[in-house]
Design a protein around this ligand. Structure first.
Ligand code: 5GP
Length: 139
């Protein structure tokens, strides 16, 4: 028997949470360590460890739920903006290997940032990588 992920245990009610929303494919609740008021996790019920392994049905349900939840969070919190963050893999900051999206409201007084160090796109590298990704997409 495979071990349940932390989020499956929350979905099944074994671990308590502040639940916000649920349907056949997704479950949403407040993050236990919020970056800001209303920081929400939208989790696929399917326990895929990363989004590239998520089924089309679950992916579609997550895509449908994101704007619904975002609207409700914005309206309820009065946030002026929000970020949607989704980590895949430990090296990318994922601590719970079960597909989830963070919806993180931003307020006038918010101080949190997301580190980002942009570089210029190298034309040679861009051509090579674009071709490689297109090939993978067509496989
Ligand atoms: P990740 O770092 O994997 O993208 O995000 C995992 C998130 O799950 C973190 O923001 C963390 O605070 C949240 N989290 C971890 N354990 C629990 C828990 O038991 N309950 C709730 N509500 N959130 C949790």
């Amino acid at each position: 028997m495979t071990e349940h992920t932390l989020f499956t245990r929350i979905i099944e009610g074994e671990i308590p949470c502040y639940k916000l929303y649920e349907n056949e494919h997704v479950f949403a609740f407040l993050d236990i360590n919020p970056l800001s008021k209303g920081h929400t996790l939208l989790v696929s019920k399917e326990p895929a460890p990363s989004i590239d392994q998520l089924s089309p049905n679950s992916a579609a349900a997550v895509g449908k739920a994101l704007p619904i939840l975002s609207r409700a969070i914005k309206e309820a919190t009065g946030a002026i903006a929000y970020n949607i963050i989704q980590n895949n893999g430990r090296e990318a900051g994922m601590t719970v290997p079960h597909v989830h999206f963070h919806i993180i409201p931003k307020y006038v007084e918010s101080k949190h940032t997301f580190a980002w160090e942009p570089k210029s796109l190298d034309a040679t590298e861009a051509e090579t990588i674009a071709e490689a990704i297109q090939l993978s997409l067509n496989e």
